[in-house]
Write a protein that binds this ligand. Structure first.
Ligand code: SAH
Length: 435
């Protein structure tokens, strides 16, 4: 062992995947994971700035690491993820002089270069990294049943409120061979389910001009031995198309589950957000999905308290969700972000009102999902066993629709598809036993 590392990760699945890549690179160089950043020789913060709150968390974590470093001068501190953009690097260096390396999202090489440039690590061998070939980090190796695989990096859509394009750059697709070889490697290490990732995942291949698209890639991934289930997210209502929906319907391993954010129900707000669709168009997309895949689950993202959002606008958002009876909704209070178009608008919905809308929406989601799930009581669902929860004596897994299920099963079923009869259903999870 050459030393220890710790990666603290917050934010989206893309960050989780980036942290996995970095961890496996560091392990290839001979560093071992340690559970506390303060004890590590290399401490990395993988950050999110999509709202103010995760940014504040990262800053406070970073400042505390800065304190630790005062008595631990050799410690390497690296900042990665969406806090770091091209424009921000200089500012950040002035604000946090104790940070050794700044890495933009998905760019882990800067840390590796820096580590190798330090005297105490000059004996390490960079070629080990290439040999590691998408190896899972040690903490995941025994038990990783599911994995996230980025396929489209960045985003070119420029929603008025969103900072992601500024920090992750324009959208670009990974080469299909690269994605397929990564999934093959993961399958070889025991991974059973992969989720392909993109900000607008449906735009996969648009920049590759070889005629390939997400539907094609999903079918190719589904052919890989050992992979039992394939998911993808996030879809955009203007880009998801019938070919994709049909591919999901016709390919057994592709899960009938969509992440399809609507963000708002009022056409005036949607237009100001520059989302590119109307309330009616969103409803049409949902109806197309359900015509082809009647049992599909559809999750969504919602922002409450966007500039100028009135009570009536908000009620349209509630109505859209409630009438479509969607599944999980990730609800966020609007948070103005630097350089975005909406940050120039007055943030005029009060914090109390944002909180009230968030709570009311939460209640509606619990009610609707409770009703969506109730008819499944007594039925048998197929669950991929992802983890044994020893303290509770039960297994945790998910249905193809991505619903969380806890169940009893005699003996080891990790990584297997298990038929579970449901004895209880709630809005956010279900309980049953293997049959
Ligand atoms: N690419 C995806 C989502 C990426 S960000 C899409 O097109 O929808 C994840 C979620 O964070 C968004 O769906 C949105 O609901 C929320 N979000 C993004 N910017 C935000 C902001 N400024 N304030 C509050 N929530 C925001």
């Amino acid at each position: 062992m050459n030393g220890t590392y710790h990666i603290w990760t917050i934010g989206c699945q893309m960050n989780e995947a980036d942290s996995r890549y970095l961890a496996s690179q560091l392990e290839a160089l001979g560093f071992a994971e340690t559970p506390r950043a303060e004890h590590a020789d290399i401490a990395v913060l993988n950050t999110c700035v999509v709202r103010q709150q995760p940014e504040d968390k990262a800053v406070s974590k970073l400042l505390s690491l800065g304190d630790t470093k005062k008595n631990k001068r050799r410690m390497i501190i690296a900042l990665m993820g969406c806090m770091v953009g091209k424009r921000e690097a200089e500012d950040l260096a002035a604000r946090f002089p104790f940070v050794d390396v700044f890495m933009a999202p998905s760019q882990t090489d800067a840390l590796i270069d820096y580590v190798l440039s330090r005297d105490e690590y000059s004996h390490l061998d960079r070629t080990q990294i290439e040999l590691a070939d998408y190896r899972l980090p040690a903490v995941n190796r025994e038990k990783a049943i599911t994995a996230f695989v980025p396929i489209t990096l960045g985003c070119s859509h420029a929603c008025s409120y969103c900072i992601i394009p500024y920090r992750r750059g324009p959208d670009r697709s990974r080469k299909p061979e690269e994605v397929l070889s990564e999934v093959r490697s993961l399958a070889g290490q025991g991974v059973k389910e992969v989720t392909l990732l993109g900000q607008i995942v449906d735009r996969y291949g648009f920049d590759l001009d070889s005629g390939i698209n997400l539907a094609w890639l999903l079918k190719e991934v589904a052919k890989i031995d050992g992979i039992l289930r394939v998911r993808f997210l996030t879809s955009h209502p203007s880009y998801i198309d019938e070919e994709l929906i049909r591919a999901v319907a016709e390919t057994k391993k592709l899960c009938p589950y969509f992440e399809l954010p609507f963000q708002a129900g009022s056409d005036r707000i949607l237009e100001s957000m520059r989302r590119g669709y109307t309330n009616a168009e969103y409803r049409q997309v949902v109806s197309n999905i359900r015509k082809i895949i009647p049992d599909a689950s559809i999750n969504t993202d919602v922002i409450v308290g966007y500039p100028s959002e009135t009570e009536d606008d908000f009620m349209e958002t509630m109505k859209l969700y409630g009438e479509l009876k969607l599944d999980l909704a990730h609800i966020a209070k609007y948070s103005p972000r630097p350089r975005t178009v909406s940050s120039k608008m007055p943030d005029d919905v009060s914090e109390e009102e944002k909180e009230s809308r968030l709570n009311r929406f939460d209640e509606l989601v619990a009610k609707v999902m409770g009703e969506n799930n109730a008819p499944m009581l007594g039925t048998v669902v197929e669950v991929l066993a992802e983890e044994f929860q020893a303290s509770k004596g039960r297994w945790r897994g998910r249905t193809p629709q991505n619903k969380l299920v806890f169940f009893e099963h005699e003996g080891d079923c990790l990584g297997q598809l298990v038929n579970v009869k449901l004895d209880w259903t709630g809005p956010f999870s279900m309980i049953g036993r293997a049959v």
